[in-house]
Design a protein around this ligand. Structure first.
Ligand SMILES: [Zn+2]
Length: 343
């Protein structure tokens, strides 16, 4: 049964404007706001963030803080202050040695920065939890050949990662992605999120952590190797409460959506977590809007606990707005109201 219906929300500045938006969300059957807090918001709009969280609570909405695009390590379109302020501690290409515009989340510099960002917001804002939004290594992705090996380059080959690899395995880090490199990347990728999640629960044990990973096939032939594609390792993390997988484009086959949904529920159940599936509420819309109700019903039938959509008003007014953004938002709202009424 679907027990939470979420919408993401960014551009937060003024409490009284957020209040009007929160009321609109309530009218759209939303129970939970995924509050996208950027590094700029944290740096500049800090005084208003706790007041915005309080206002959402006052109106009966749960609030999860999303460190949206932080370090460009998480998904998202906004810019990163960490990258602006640090020329080092970036992910490095294994094959070319180039520094890339992605923070290396295996460096202590970024790990400290990220943890401070989250624990400060937890203390000041009293949210209901945090949302880890598409964390990833820069490369590779989209390995789509059944013969494998399309994306040869990978990250991270920075000095910190190389040193840690050599200390652990006793030989220099290879430039080819071997099994040791794969395991190293999976293990290190979980450290930053585990440590911060643990620190958050030490502040308040009721803070709920959702880890949302890319919806990938992860089959025998095809895997993305973005660091969180080993769903068993992610699901087994004791500090995560909700296992969530990202948006599938409406134009993709229903079988693909069903496969992702079933595997999401299976991993969540296996590790005693709640499951969450995302709907595409921006950028693209279904050819036939009745597909929204159909996919919502499929998720409910497969045992998904929570639904979420990116983003408020279908991305209206942004470069990633759906063609009929407000109609998409209203359609998602109708379906949220329909499923949440059964709780
Ligand atoms: Zn690195």
């Amino acid at each position: 049964m679907i027990t939470q219906t979420s919408i993401s929300y960014y551009g937060l500045n003024y409490v009284e404007h957020a209040e009007a938006d929160f009321k609109e969300m309530k009218a759209h059957g939303v129970t939970q706001v995924i509050l996208a807090v950027t590094e700029f918001d944290f740096d500049f709009w800090r005084p208003n963030i706790p007041a915005i969280v309080d206002k959402a609570h006052e109106l009966g909405l749960r609030v999860l803080i999303d460190p949206w695009g932080n370090g460009k390590y998480f998904g998202g379109e906004q810019v990163s202050k960490f990258l602006q302020d640090n020329v080092e501690n970036r992910q490095v290409s294994a094959l070319t040695g180039e520094k890339l515009p992605y923070a290396c989340f295996n460096t202590n510099s970024y790990r400290d920065y990220f943890k401070n960002f989250c624990v400060t917001l937890a203390r000041e804002c009293k949210p209901d939890g945090f949302f880890w939004d598409e964390p990833h290594y820069a490369f590779p992705k989209g390995i789509a050949s059944i013969t494998g090996g399309v994306a040869d380059d990978w990250t991270c080959y920075c000095p910190v990662c190389r040193k840690r690899f050599e200390e652990y395995y006793g030989y220099p880090m290879p430039k080819y992605m071997t099994n040791d490199v794969k395991l190293f990347r999976w293990r290190e990728a979980l450290v930053v999120l585990s440590d911060t999640s643990k620190a958050l629960k030490e502040i308040d044990p009721n803070l709920e952590i959702t880890c949302c990973v890319h919806a990938t096939q992860n089959g025998y032939y095809v895997s993305e190797y973005r660091g969180y594609d080993n769903w068993d390792m992610v699901g087994a993390c004791p500090y995560f409460d909700v296992f969530s997988t990202t948006i599938v484009n409406w134009a993709l086959p229903e079988d693909f959506y069903l496969d992702i949904t079933r595997r999401t529920v299976a991993i969540a159940k296996k590790y005693g977590k709640k499951s969450e599936r995302w709907l595409m509420g921006y950028y693209k819309q279904p050819k036939d809007f009745s597909q929204v109700a159909h996919w919502v019903d499929l998720a409910a039938k497969e045992g998904v606990d929570r639904l979420a959509a990116w983003t408020y008003r279908g991305g209206y007014g942004t470069v990633v707005g759906a063609p009929d953004a407000l109609k998409l938002w209203d359609t998602i709202g109708e379906n949220y109201r329909r499923v949440i009424a059964k709780v």
